[in-house]
Write a protein of this length. Structure first.
Ligand SMILES: [Zn+2]
Length: 91
């Protein structure tokens, strides 16, 4: 079991030691898997997560209903879905 990897690394996420064959491995298998899963989910929920949604989320309170509806339509969502998504993302 202990010979699963050549290099002894410390996971940058949970700071546990783990062994890896990859010299540049940064995360233990558990964290690596979790991170990959999270990344896949982000992809699934829409590509324009980071760049496009953040500025909009910041100004959601300042937007008029009409603007929000327009934004929602641009993303192919209903008003309710859009606001839900925004409030979900805010934190
Ligand atoms: Zn880890």
């Amino acid at each position: 079991m202990s010979d699963s990897g050549r290099y002894l690394k410390v996971c940058l996420d949970c700071f546990r030691e783990f062994r890896s064959n990859g010299k540049n491995a940064k995360y233990c298998p558990e964290c690596k898997e979790r991170r990959e899963r999270e990344r896949r989910q982000e992809f699934k929920s829409g590509r324009q997560t980071a760049e496009k949604i953040r500025p909009a989320a910041k100004s959601l309170e300042k937007m008029t209903i009409g603007q929000i509806v327009a934004e929602a339509e641009r993303e192919g969502l209903t008003y309710g879905q859009y606001v839900g998504k925004m409030s979900f993302r805010k934190k």
